[in-house]
Design a protein around this ligand. Structure first.
Ligand code: ADP
Length: 720
């Protein structure tokens, strides 16, 4: 009798024991159907150890599924990630087996192939269909597809089916994707680009790279050519390109299609299930070769992964902050290690962590120092708001207004950046001082004037803006405090009544189609002034954009986040980098009350390295990442007494350990969300301490009541 441990995509760390009936040939990584209670489940064979269950209680597996097995690399990755994130192996397997429909049979649809009978009355139309279907590279089509491709009615096809000249074949709905072609025109790389491309393409086995180049220096061009080389070396190679924002995918998809004659396979949360199912199947059977995706793509079941590109690697959208808390860039490096693949972290403003790894030679540092061709980096100017304030209740200083007017007079475009959605971040009553808050949350309501609503950006709660103050009933006493992008749009409209102005944020573009539409309008020159949140700062290539104005350069510097300075620097560099990409001279202007701040001085002098050196020293002194490790442990409860009890339980469960400091528990800045009270511990560990092991040992000793939730975040990025 043979036994196996079957891991299910459920919150367990161990596989369950099952027996393997004679005649079923299975290996580690195979998918099997098993009985569990009175249900049938699909799991993965994780090992063939002697069972721990009593043998007579062990049930046999039902069947081995006809799905290619998970590669060893994926299985090792799952084991590693679950341990690192202090979660269950089954939960990580659950990330890999998504969508679950990909594991089931079918769906099947009928497609058309040549039948046995010859054609009666061979009309021209019938001949055309028969020719198409008998073509050696004909991939079976449905009746509708065949009709569309041949431009001949479905009725004619139906007649041919009836006569037996064609027949229908029951086929799996999911077909392979169009194959990649390598005969596209390679870019003519400059010597620096060439050197970077060669280093990546020629690497053997695991090799991490920082591809460090100013915006527009050709990083994308370099990795596309490296992909071409890698595919030429290994025709079955699989490549994963991660991007931080869905809004950026379209541009890269088009470039891949141009270079490789076929679209890459897309993977993110906006694509519908059938498309995901097909992508998953083709990735797992190794036939999908270039995959472009958002952070969750790091869990896809590749068979022959040779390169992962993490574009805009510094972007904090790679960190998932709810559900499973992970950082896709960090996991990408680990995944590449297990796969024996290259990993390229590309950025104009690398994160301090990545830069430090490059400086200490853990990563190979590839530099692109110039913008490609005639494009030059924009001039950056600071506007000291103490010296040049905007008029009362306005937000654009006279210098900024002049610069916008300048661009518009040359028929060029301007971009205004403010990382605040809506009209005003705070609404208060000028009579009684009441502040409009989100119910049961320590969060203010943001005014959205275009929709006439007050919205909580944390919980999504929204109400129509009341006319009377809900506290003192004062008529029309609610006033809007501070600017959001809608308010800037109103101001810009007053200043430039003839300009075509659009607001770009997740409120005005909340689907990939809308995002694409607004980017296209901008590219075509149908917008004169675009006013946006961080969505507009990243990656886009607007050739006629020559002025970028940052409305509030100080916004990112507030709050107790250790990465605040670095992040401000990154976002400002990114947004400034949108200007002057096509050879037109660009200008960026940043409004600030603190022109002496290190981040601004560095930006002004284009001296990223000194800035990052200072930041690095400060982090090293504080023992913060990457010089130490952080984890957060959060307790949440609706009932404050239960939370307080839980705190005692957690405190008592604490174990003494060398090289570990515990800060807290303390309420985070937003201590109440949707009626859940919160408390947080921050754990700081020396770099050589196994922080995950410490947290796991601690967690195992914590026994909480069901009223309390415990959330573990390894390397947290959000401190709210
Ligand atoms: P990055 O990814 O660093 O922002 P891109 O790869 O998007 O830079 O390059 C910026 C622009 O310059 C793009 O339009 C790109 O096609 C062009 N470009 C860069 N390098 C080359 C090259 N070697 N040959 C032709 N065009 C290039």
């Amino acid at each position: 009798m043979r036994f196996a441990q079957i891991q299910l995509a459920m919150p367990f760390n161990e596989g369950f024991d099952y027996s393997i009936p004679d005649g079923i040939d299975v290996d580690v990584g195979n998918f099997v159907a098993i009985p569990l209670g009175n249900q049938t489940k699909i799991g993965v064979i994780w090992g063939f150890d002697a069972p721990e269950t009593k043998i007579e209680k062990i049930k046999p597996i039902i069947a081995k599924l006809d799905i290619p097995r998970l590669s060893n690399e994926v299985m090792q990755f799952i084991d590693w990630v679950s341990r690192y994130l202090v979660t269950y192996r089954g939960s990580i397997l659950g990330q890999v087996l998504r969508p679950y429909e990909a594991l089931l049979d079918g769906p099947f649809i009928n497609r058309i192939v040549l039948g046995e009978n010859s054609v009666e009355k061979l009309t021209q139309q019938r001949q055309k269909i028969i020719d198409l279907v008998s073509c050696p590279d004909y991939a079976p089509l449905t009746r509708q597809e065949l009709s569309a491709q041949s431009q001949i009615s479905t009725a004619t096809i139906t007649q041919l089916l009836k006569s037996g000249a064609l027949k229908e074949l029951k086929t799996n709905a999911d077909l392979p994707f169009d194959p990649i072609k390598l005969n596209g025109k390679p870019a003519d790389l400059n010597p620096q680009q060439q050197a970077a491309k060669n280093a990546i393409a020629k690497a053997d086995g695991f090799a991490p790279f920082l591809l460090d180049g100013v915006t527009g220096s050709g990083k994308t061009e370099v990795y596309l050519e490296a992909i071409a080389d890698i595919l030429a070396q290994d025709e079955n190679a699989q490549i994963l390109i991660l991007l931080p924002e869905i809004s950026l995918t379209q541009a890269v998809i088009s470039r891949i299609e141009q270079r490789f004659g076929a679209k890459p396979v897309e993977w993110h949360n906006e694509i519908p299930m059938p498309q995901k199912r097909r992508a998953w199947r083709m990735i797992n059977n190794g036939s999908a070769q270039i995959i472009i995706g958002a952070r969750s793509a790091i869990f896809l079941p590749f068979q022959n992964l040779k390169l992962i590109v993490v574009d805009e690697e510094h972007d904090t959208s790679y960190k998932q902050d709810d559900g499973l808390r992970y950082h896709a860039r960090d996991l990408a490096v680990v995944r590449a290690k297990f796969a024996g693949a290259r990993v390229v972290l590309a950025s104009a403003t690398p994160s301090l962590e990545t830069r430090n790894n490059a400086k200490t030679n853990k990563y190979n540092h590839l530099l692109l120092t110039n913008r490609f061709g005639l494009a030059v980096l924009p001039n950056i100017e600071l506007v000291n708001l103490k010296e040049y304030p905007p008029p009362k209740d306005k937000w654009l200083s006279p210098l900024m207004i002049e610069a916008i007017a300048d661009s518009l007079s040359r028929k060029e475009q301007a971009l205004l950046f403010l990382n605040r959605r809506g009209y005003a971040p705070v609404v208060l009553c000028k009579r009684c001082g009441h502040r409009m808050m989100s119910p049961n949350s320590a969060s203010w309501l943001v005014e959205h004037r275009f929709s006439g609503r007050l919205i909580c950006h944390l919980t999504g709660y929204s109400i129509k803006k009341p006319i009377n103050c809900p506290e003192c009933n004062g008529y029309d006493t609610l006033t809007s405090i501070g600017p959001g992008i809608e308010r800037i749009a109103v101001e810009a409209k007053e200043l430039f009544p003839n300009a075509r102005i659009e607001v770009f944020s997740s409120d005005t573009a909340n689907s990939p189609t809308q995002v694409r539409a607004i980017i296209e309008r901008m590219e075509k020159g149908e917008i004169d002034i675009i006013i946006g949140t961080q969505i507009v700062a990243k990656g886009h290539n607007f050739p006629n954009l020559t002025f970028v104005g940052v409305v509030d350069g100080d916004l990112g510097l507030k709050g107790g986040d250790p990465r605040a300075g670095e992040r401000t620097y990154q976002i400002l560099t990114q947004v400034a980098g949108r200007a002057g990409r096509s050879g037109l001279k660009g200008k960026a202007m940043i409004q600030t009350f603190y022109p002496e701040n290190d981040a601004f001085v560095a930006l002004l002098n284009n001296d990223r390295d000194s800035f990052l050196d200072i930041e690095t020293q400060m982090r090293a002194m504080a023992g913060l990442p990457p010089f130490g490790r952080l984890a957060s442990l959060q307790l949440m409860a609706k009932d404050e007494a239960a939370l307080s009890e839980a705190k005692d339980i957690v405190n008592n469960a604490l174990i003494n350990a060398e090289g570990i400091e515990i800060w807290g528990p303390a309420p985070p800045p937003i201590a109440l969300i949707r009626g859940w009270h919160r408390l947080r511990y921050l754990v700081r560990a020396e770099k050589n301490v196994d922080l995950s092991a410490f947290i796991l040992a601690w967690r195992k000793r914590i026994k909480l009541t069901p009223k309390v939730r415990l959330i573990i975040d390894i390397e947290p990025y959000s401190f709210l």
